[in-house]
Unconditional design. Sequence first.
Lengths: 242, 242
Amino acid sequence: MIKVVFFDLDDTIVDTTRLAEMARRNAIENMVRHGLPVDFDTAYQELLELISEYGSNFSRHFDYLLRRLEVPYDPKLVAAGVISYHNTKFAYLRTVKGVRRVLLDLQRAGYRLGIITDGDPIKQWEKILRLELDAYFDKVFISDHLGVKKPHPKIFKKALRKMGVEPEEAVMVGDRLYSDIYGAKQVGMITVWFKYGKYADRELEYLEYADFTIKSLEEVPEIVRGLNLEGKERADKEVHAD
Amino acid sequence: MIKVVFFDLDDTIVDTTRLAEMARRNAIENMVRHGLPVDFDTAYQELLELISEYGSNFSRHFDYLLRRLEVPYDPKLVAAGVISYHNTKFAYLRTVKGVRRVLLDLQRAGYRLGIITDGDPIKQWEKILRLELDAYFDKVFISDHLGVKKPHPKIFKKALRKMGVEPEEAVMVGDRLYSDIYGAKQVGMITVWFKYGKYADRELEYLEYADFTIKSLEEVPEIVRGLNLEGKERADKEVHAD
C-alpha cells in the first residue's frame, strides 16, 4: 500500500532547464547591449562551454566569460549579465505544467508528499518558497545538507525513516534515471521516471530501474491509485485463499 | 571655471540606507513567518549588531544570524531571509529625490558628470544599470577596482586626469564628510556636502573641508552656476584691471 510520494525538484517540480536557458540568453543579450565587443552566438557558446566545465552553480561565470573571450575586465559588463540573469530567474520561475493540480490531487487522496533533491540547500529552498510550494510537502530532503548526493542510498533511507514508511510504501518521481530512479530502486522504492527536460534521452542504461515511464506528471495520481488497487486485490485474493 | 561635477553613489544618487533598512526588516519578518522561533525585535537587533561587526557586504548574514540566536541551522529560514531581502532590494531600488532632474539640468548646461564611489564594482554597476543612470555620466570610478578607498587621493586624481580637468574645475558632491569631502578637498576640488542619510550627523570633525552644505541635491546646479558666475566676474575685473 503506497503511503508516500516523493518528487525530485529540478525539472520535475520546477521548470529549471528552460529557466536557466532563458536566463543565460538574456544575460548575454544584455552584455552585448552594454558594449560586449563579441557577437551573441560566440559569447553564448562560450558561456555554455564554461558552464559545462565549471558547473551551473559557479558564481563567477560572467567574470570568467570575459577572460575566455579575451575582453578586458569590465565590472559594468559583468553587472549587465548578472542583472538580466537574476531578473529572468525571478520573473520566469515556474512549476512544470500541471504540478500543482497533481500535488493537490495526491494530497486530497490522503498521500503524504516529500521532496528529495540535490543542490545547494538555500537555493533549493529559495525555489520552493518563491513558488509557495512548501505547504504541499510534509518534508524536504536536500542532499548537500546531508553530505551525500543522489543516488547515494543514505538520502533515500533517511527520507523513508523520517516519513515512517517502508520502501515498498513509497513512490519516487524524478527526471534523472541515474540519480532519481536507480537511486530509489536501490533501496526498494517504486520508481516513476519523468521523461522530461535535458535528461529525457540520457542515462538510458539505467532505464531497467524505472517501474513506470511518464511524459506528463498528470499520470502520477493514476499510477499510485493503480498500485493501491492492485495491492488491495492481491490482499482480497489472499483472504479468499485462506 | 567648473567643467565637471562628480557625485558619490550611495546615499547621494541612490537611496541606499533606506533601502537596506527596509530589506533587512522584510527579511527578518519573512524568517519569523517561516518559523524562526525568535521575536522580530530580538532578531532584528541581532542582525544590526552582526552587520556592524562584519560589514554590510558580508554574504552570510542570515547563516550567522541563526548561530547568534542559537537556532539550529535551517536552510529554509536562511532562504526565507534571502528571498525577502532580494525582493525588497529589487523592488525598492530608488534614486534620491530630485536626482534625475538635477543631472539633466547639469547636463543641459554643458557640464560633464562623473561618479566616484567605493564598493564592490559589480554591485555598484548593478545599481547604476538597474536605475538606468549610466547615460547621465561620462565616467564611473569605483575604488575597489583601483585597489584604494576614498578618501585616498589616488581615486580623485585619476578621475580628474581621465576627465581632463584641473582640480579647481571640478565639484565633488557626497554625503560623507570624511571620504567624499575631505578626500576631494585634499586634491583641491570644490566640495559640496550633501547632509543626508545616516551620515548627516557624523564625521563633523571634517566639516571644515566642505565649501558648501546642502540638504537637497536641487541646490547643486545653482551652486555650480554661482561658482562660474563668480569666476566670470573675477575674470572680467581682471580684464578691466589690465
